[in-house]
Design a protein around this ligand. Structure first.
Ligand SMILES: [Zn+2]
Length: 124
Protein backbone atom coordinates (compact mmCIF):
# COMPACT_ATOMS: atom_id res chain seq x y z
CA UNK A 1 0.00 0.00 0.00
CA UNK A 2 1.46 3.30 -1.08
CA UNK A 3 1.07 6.32 1.15
CA UNK A 4 1.44 9.86 0.01
CA UNK A 5 2.89 12.63 2.15
CA UNK A 6 0.18 15.26 2.64
CA UNK A 7 2.76 18.03 2.56
CA UNK A 8 5.14 17.29 -0.28
CA UNK A 9 3.39 14.46 -2.07
CA UNK A 10 6.29 12.04 -1.62
CA UNK A 11 5.18 8.46 -2.10
CA UNK A 12 6.18 5.87 0.50
CA UNK A 13 5.62 2.17 0.58
CA UNK A 14 4.94 2.04 4.28
CA UNK A 15 3.68 4.88 6.34
CA UNK A 16 6.26 5.92 8.92
CA UNK A 17 5.92 8.55 11.56
CA UNK A 18 7.60 11.17 9.45
CA UNK A 19 7.99 11.76 5.73
CA UNK A 20 11.57 10.79 4.75
CA UNK A 21 11.70 13.65 2.29
CA UNK A 22 10.33 16.69 4.13
CA UNK A 23 9.97 15.50 7.71
CA UNK A 24 6.22 16.02 7.83
CA UNK A 25 4.66 14.10 10.73
CA UNK A 26 2.45 11.35 9.31
CA UNK A 27 1.23 9.00 12.00
CA UNK A 28 -1.79 10.23 13.87
CA UNK A 29 -0.13 10.11 17.26
CA UNK A 30 2.91 11.86 15.85
CA UNK A 31 0.70 14.58 14.41
CA UNK A 32 -0.88 15.08 17.81
CA UNK A 33 2.50 15.17 19.52
CA UNK A 34 3.74 17.95 17.25
CA UNK A 35 3.19 21.25 19.03
CA UNK A 36 0.81 23.43 17.12
CA UNK A 37 2.46 26.55 15.84
CA UNK A 38 -0.82 28.37 15.31
CA UNK A 39 -2.73 29.19 18.47
CA UNK A 40 -5.87 31.07 17.59
CA UNK A 41 -6.22 33.44 20.51
CA UNK A 42 -9.54 34.61 21.75
CA UNK A 43 -9.95 37.98 20.09
CA UNK A 44 -9.08 40.38 22.86
CA UNK A 45 -9.41 44.13 22.46
CA UNK A 46 -6.14 46.03 22.49
CA UNK A 47 -7.17 47.94 25.58
CA UNK A 48 -9.45 45.71 27.64
CA UNK A 49 -12.53 47.61 28.70
CA UNK A 50 -12.75 48.35 32.40
CA UNK A 51 -14.52 51.71 32.45
CA UNK A 52 -17.31 50.72 34.83
CA UNK A 53 -14.87 49.03 37.18
CA UNK A 54 -12.55 52.04 37.30
CA UNK A 55 -15.43 54.51 37.73
CA UNK A 56 -16.93 52.30 40.44
CA UNK A 57 -13.58 52.09 42.22
CA UNK A 58 -13.17 55.86 42.06
CA UNK A 59 -16.68 56.50 43.34
CA UNK A 60 -16.25 53.97 46.15
CA UNK A 61 -13.06 55.74 47.25
CA UNK A 62 -14.87 59.06 46.92
CA UNK A 63 -17.45 57.59 49.28
CA UNK A 64 -14.85 57.89 52.05
CA UNK A 65 -15.35 61.65 51.79
CA UNK A 66 -18.88 61.98 50.40
CA UNK A 67 -20.88 59.01 51.61
CA UNK A 68 -23.51 59.29 48.86
CA UNK A 69 -20.90 58.34 46.22
CA UNK A 70 -20.86 54.80 47.59
CA UNK A 71 -24.25 54.00 46.03
CA UNK A 72 -23.24 54.71 42.40
CA UNK A 73 -19.88 53.17 43.29
CA UNK A 74 -21.62 49.92 44.21
CA UNK A 75 -23.74 50.01 41.04
CA UNK A 76 -20.74 50.64 38.76
CA UNK A 77 -18.79 47.96 40.61
CA UNK A 78 -21.51 45.38 39.94
CA UNK A 79 -21.76 46.47 36.29
CA UNK A 80 -18.00 46.19 35.95
CA UNK A 81 -17.92 42.74 37.53
CA UNK A 82 -20.63 41.53 35.16
CA UNK A 83 -19.39 43.10 31.93
CA UNK A 84 -15.65 43.64 32.21
CA UNK A 85 -13.45 40.59 32.85
CA UNK A 86 -10.36 42.83 32.64
CA UNK A 87 -11.57 45.05 35.47
CA UNK A 88 -12.51 42.33 37.93
CA UNK A 89 -10.10 43.37 40.66
CA UNK A 90 -11.18 47.03 40.51
CA UNK A 91 -14.83 46.03 40.34
CA UNK A 92 -14.47 43.75 43.37
CA UNK A 93 -12.63 46.46 45.30
CA UNK A 94 -15.37 48.94 44.37
CA UNK A 95 -18.07 46.55 45.61
CA UNK A 96 -16.22 45.80 48.85
CA UNK A 97 -15.41 49.40 49.71
CA UNK A 98 -18.88 50.72 48.87
CA UNK A 99 -20.62 47.83 50.67
CA UNK A 100 -18.62 48.44 53.83
CA UNK A 101 -19.18 52.20 53.61
CA UNK A 102 -22.93 51.70 53.06
CA UNK A 103 -23.21 49.15 55.87
CA UNK A 104 -21.10 51.04 58.40
CA UNK A 105 -23.43 53.96 59.24
CA UNK A 106 -26.40 51.57 59.37
CA UNK A 107 -24.53 49.41 61.88
CA UNK A 108 -23.52 52.49 63.87
CA UNK A 109 -27.13 53.72 63.97
CA UNK A 110 -28.35 50.25 65.02
CA UNK A 111 -25.69 50.04 67.73
CA UNK A 112 -26.62 53.53 68.96
CA UNK A 113 -30.30 52.56 69.07
CA UNK A 114 -29.53 49.42 71.07
CA UNK A 115 -27.34 51.36 73.48
CA UNK A 116 -30.04 54.03 73.85
CA UNK A 117 -32.70 51.38 74.55
CA UNK A 118 -30.54 49.60 77.10
CA UNK A 119 -29.71 52.91 78.75
CA UNK A 120 -33.37 53.93 78.78
CA UNK A 121 -34.30 50.66 80.52
CA UNK A 122 -31.41 50.99 82.97
CA UNK A 123 -32.33 54.49 84.09
CA UNK A 124 -36.09 53.97 84.03
ZN1 LIG B 1 6.84 14.97 2.66
Amino acid sequence: MIERCPRCGWEMEKKGKFCPRCGQALAEDAVRAVPQTYHPQYPYPERPKQTYSMVGFGLALGGLIIWLLTIPGLIFGILGLKQEPAGRSYAKAAIWISSVLIALPILVILAALIVAMVAANYYA
